[in-house]
Design a protein around this ligand. Structure first.
Ligand code: FEO
Ligand code: CA
Ligand code: CA
Ligand code: CA
Length: 736
């Protein structure tokens, strides 16, 4: 979801409810600087010394092992970069083809009518949902059996994060834009609910053209109403008891699914991100619960204030249970009579077996509860735990890592009972949160009752590990985790196991104070968008971590890439020396190809869109410590200076970083997956035309975008989120 300053939905986005008084990165940095100033003159060699002591274990790539003849990590990008673009179309390099494969409303079985795209369509529980986001490829054989090596036929599991809305209504799916006030009509609320969740859809390559199969038995929609089971430490917790399940072992659905990942045992994991937006608490709810009640502390820490409106007002649509559940006020005599705990059943990583539509999905509470973006896995090693990395995408939130209790048995990669394998690795383990230290290293801190600091938290009395997993942010506050700048996607570099995290932007970054610049968030500057002045860290950056082994609690870090426009000051803003061939703003999606080793970087931007639509870059990054120490100086009004030392990775050049794609107007580029041969990549185009006014819903000439209809896909002119497939005309691997 794009951060838009004037967006009517901005109130829901990118919340900053972390008011814990643990040290910000700034404080950490000050300590680091004062120590480093002693070392100055040899700061970068001191840093290199730290690096050198850690040395990375070499990690074999599964793709290399599986397909030695067709695979291999590349050292130079082989295409001509595309220019920035404001056109209402997809731009890719010469020699590449684009197929539009699967768009909002496409029917997923034979009996659902074709999408009309005029607001009259119904039955979204049998159609593609909206706002396509993270996704994963799950191969099939030519005869349609699960085959992880399948390249021409497969199922794609995909998140449908949200909808294009104005005020309360998802206006493009209603004939006249819908009713933008309370109470919301039941018929509109039902449609809006059903365009959220996850799709599983079969796709096929016939004669070089990709399309989806409307009648495949693999096709499936998971919606906010699909029954799901709760797994891990929080299963059965009193905090998950609802009218729907007094035993707290099941709940309904998943919502605001953002980033995604693929497990080593071939299931799909999806992150529930801005779920809090969908709930409503009445203005008296704090009083009824008791202002000092733990539940109130938790609700406020998770950004849900009493009296605040919900995103769509579904709770107002009727007395039926499917509407009532979105009101999480304390209304009854007990938790079994209302939905005061309903919000606690969201905020998890959920696991889906895309090969088996009969199985419900499982909420993996051992991975913590927050605004999950994606979940990426370290390359598994036989006899060692499974390790996953995750970000909490809100301002000043944290980065997390999960280490399984069970150790990896490579036979599990071939199991047919995939969700049971998920139980083995994802229901028991240790959750950690990142703390960045002042010497260029960092530490993963355990979040459990084993950690005396968590157990002794005076602000929130944790009584068991279920509570730590449900109220994870409060546990992370207790251990003084480092407040980060909206961690979005993480990805693991298959060449060396290093972990990359996008930090998308921060309009509230300042020079001094609580959000003052620091080593890991070192930039404050002014960016012009037309005549509008934007300040802060407007363009975001990509931070990376190196661990000697994924199970280690120590790491080292640097900043791989700073987003910037090419003409920005190279000494203060454009620190990665970006050019017109690779400049980008608001990095968000990030995925590594296990075939080519390319790092694909996507943008969800509101700052540079006066000059270009959102985009995707291809990168061949180096490694932590390949750059140098840099110093940034900020002049204060009183004449003093704030000096920030940071670690900047080796600047990319146009061989190692190029623009590969630019999307249509108003879209975000997000989600990425590939066929194992590296010859097709799938990319999601989320919310083209999202800046269209609801009052223009029937005036196509005023739509910000008419994509994908203007590219020949489907009826009507209303813009639709869609999945595209990209292939190379010569049949080669993408990006080579
Ligand atoms: Fe759904 Fe953080 O982007
Ligand atoms: Ca985003
Ligand atoms: Ca600008
Ligand atoms: Ca995102």
């Amino acid at each position: 979801m794009t951060e838009k300053a004037q967006s009517p939905t901005d109130v829901f986005n990118n919340e900053d409810s972390n008011n814990s008084n643990n040290p910000t990165f700034d404080n950490v940095l000050q300590a680091r600087l004062s120590r480093r100033s002693v070392l100055l003159g040899s700061a970068s060699s001191a840093f290199a010394g730290v690096m050198g002591t850690m040395g990375l274990a070499s990690i074999a790539s599964p793709a290399m092992a599986a397909k030695p003849t067709t695979s291999g990590f590349i050292e130079a990008l082989g295409f001509k970069p595309v220019s920035k673009s404001l056109a209402d179309s997809i731009v890719v390099p010469e020699g590449y083809n684009v197929n539009i494969v699967y768009a909002l409303g496409d029917p997923l079985n034979a009996k659902t009518p074709a999408f009309k795209n005029d607001g009259t369509d119904q039955h979204f529980e049998h159609r593609a949902g909206d706002h396509h986001d993270g996704m994963g490829w799950f191969g099939l054989s030519a005869s349609g059996k699960p085959d992880t090596h399948g390249d021409k036929r497969g199922v794609i599991a995909m998140n449908h994060e949200a909808t294009t809305d104005e005020k309360l209504t998802s206006f493009f799916i209603h004939t006249d834009g819908g009713k933008a006030s309370l109470p919301r009509p039941a018929v509109e609320s039902d449609k809006e609910m059903m365009i959220h969740g996850i799709s599983v859809v079969e796709v096929q390559n016939k004669s070089g053209q990709w399309s989806y199969l409307q009648s495949s038995n693999y096709n499936r929609r998971i919606t906010p109403m699909t029954e799901v089971s709760i797994h891990g430490p929080a299963r059965g917790s009193e905090h998950l008891v609802t009218k729907f399940d007094p035993k707290a072992t099941k709940s309904r659905g998943t919502i605001n699914n953002c980033g995604a990942g693929k497990t080593p045992w071939n299931t799909y994991v999806s992150g529930e991100e801005n779920w809090r937006e969908y709930f409503f608490r009445d203005a008296q709810d704090d009083e009824r619960r008791g202002k000092k009640d733990k539940s109130v502390t938790a609700l406020l820490r998770y950004g849900r204030k009493a009296g605040e409106a919900s995103r769509h007002g579904w709770e107002s649509a009727g007395n039926e249970d499917r509407f009532a559940r979105w009101n999480n006020s304390d209304l009854g005599n007990s938790t079994t009579e209302d939905y005061r705990n309903e919000m606690n059943t969201f905020g998890y990583i959920v696991e889906v077996d895309p090969y088996n539509p009969q199985l419900s999905l499982r909420k993996r509470t051992a991975l913590g509860r927050f605004a999950h973006e994606n979940c990426c896995f370290a390359t598994p090693v036989a006899g060692k735990p499974i390790v996953a990395y995750m970000g909490d995408d809100s301002r000043n939130e944290y980065m997390y890592k999960f280490v399984s209790k069970a150790v990896w048995d490579p036979k599990d990669a071939h199991s047919n009972n995939r969700l049971n394998v998920g139980d083995k690795y994802l229901d028991q383990g240790t959750l950690y949160v990142a703390k960045f230290k002042d010497d260029g290293t960092g530490e993963w801190l355990e979040l459990s009752m084993n950690n005396p600091i968590v157990a002794a938290n005076p602000d929130f009395e944790f009584t068991n590990n279920a509570e730590v997993m449900i109220f994870t942010r409060l546990a992370a506050d207790a251990v003084n985790a480092t407040k980060m700048d909206r961690p979005e996607w993480g990805g693991v570099n298959p060449r060396n196991g290093e972990v990359y995290f996008t930090l998308t932007n921060n309009s509230r970054r300042t020079v001094d104070g609580e959000f003052g610049v620091d080593a890991a968030n070192p930039r404050y500057y002014t960016d012009m968008k037309g005549k509008t002045e934007n300040k802060g860290n407007v363009n975001g950056h990509i931070l990376r971590l190196a661990e000697a082994k994924p199970t280690d609690t120590a790491f080292k870090w640097d900043i791989y890439l700073f987003g910037a426009q090419a003409d920005a000051d190279v000494s203060k803003v454009n620190l990665s020396n970006l050019t017109d061939d690779n400049d980008i703003s608001s990095v968000d999606g990030l995925n590594f190809s296990s075939n080519t080793g390319i790092c694909w970087i996507e943008s969800d931007d509101a700052a540079y869109i006066d000059q270009t639509n959102c985009m995707m870059l291809a990168a061949i990054p180096g490694k932590v410590g390949d750059g140098s120490n840099q110093t940034l100086r900020y002049s204060r009004a009183d004449g003093s200076e704030k000096i920030v030392n940071t670690q900047v990775g080796k600047a990319p050049n146009t061989t190692t970083l190029k623009r590969f794609l630019v999307g249509p107007k108003g879209c975000e580029i997000t989600g990425w997956c590939e066929t194992p041969d590296g010859k097709t990549i799938f990319v999601n185009i989320q919310h083209p035309g999202e800046n269209t006014k609801m009052s223009d819903v029937n005036n196509p000439n005023n739509f910000e975008s008419q994509w994908p209809a203007n590219a020949g896909y489907g009826p009507g002119k209303r813009p639709r989120s869609a999945t595209i497939a990209i292939t190379k005309a010569d049949g080669g691997r993408i990006g080579t």
